[in-house]
Ligand binder design. Sequence first.
Ligand SMILES: [Fe+2]
Length: 301
Amino acid sequence: MTVARTRYAGPITEARVHDHRLVEQGFATDEALAAMLERYPAGLFDINLYDYDEAGQVSLRTGARGRLGGADLLAAIQQGRLWVNLREVETGWPELWAAAMAEFGDVQARYPGLRAVRQSGQLILSSPRARVPYHFDAAGVVLFHLRGRKRVFVYPGDEAHLAETDMEQVVTRQTTEELPYRLAFEADAQIMDLEPGQALTWPLYAPHRVENLDRFCVSLSMDFQTWPSRFRNGALFTNAVLRRAGGRPRFTDRMSTPELAARWAASLALKRAGAMKSRIAGFERDFEPDAGAADGARALA
Ligand SMILES: [Fe+2]
């Protein structure tokens, strides 16, 4: 039996590797990264430390930017067990962003019908043994890998691996992007090892997780919206509001485009009215990066 890799229409039907030229432009050297960390706006840092039990269930600690200079912060990431996400590369590092947008154009050109209407980027610096838990992004993604080696596991975007009720919780920011995960999912994974100079795409919404392969890793994750993904996200938002009010909305993959568009339009009004308040806006910070400390993390009192 052929397993559909996604239930969502779109020109990207499976995970696939493309080439890019960001490495030879010098964006991933220690010098460039230390200088970037030094000046990157503190409000755009997410620093996480993930722990896993034997069933693959994750627990998360979150870090504050702290006061380390760029070179020391880089050393803490290289020696520790940290996952550092620099949001809004489009504002935080415009030179990298311009180069990455040119590469994105090349990738998009290989998928007839793919039309991104908005992109944004996260630069991810992660420790040699860091792992990112099972999650999905409510967007398309091109993951430009710049340094180190990482193994990416991509799973089918069907109801068994990605329940719409869970998607609604993420789209309405009632929870972070993590999804319920079972070890049995591993039988369904498409597995790819990424080297510097390679970029990976996968179908819209496909759940995935990442394991670094014993090296400090640098990747630029560019997420993009298309009109279909906007409609879908809006429909998921509206469905979440209906469900909370006791409704039983149909799955969005059974809806026609006009129906999705109507629900997207409704979601704009619902958001303006503050229908679903985010529950993940403010959470406690547990640690600060520290090159000398275990896992590169010094506990905050
Ligand atoms: Fe992701």
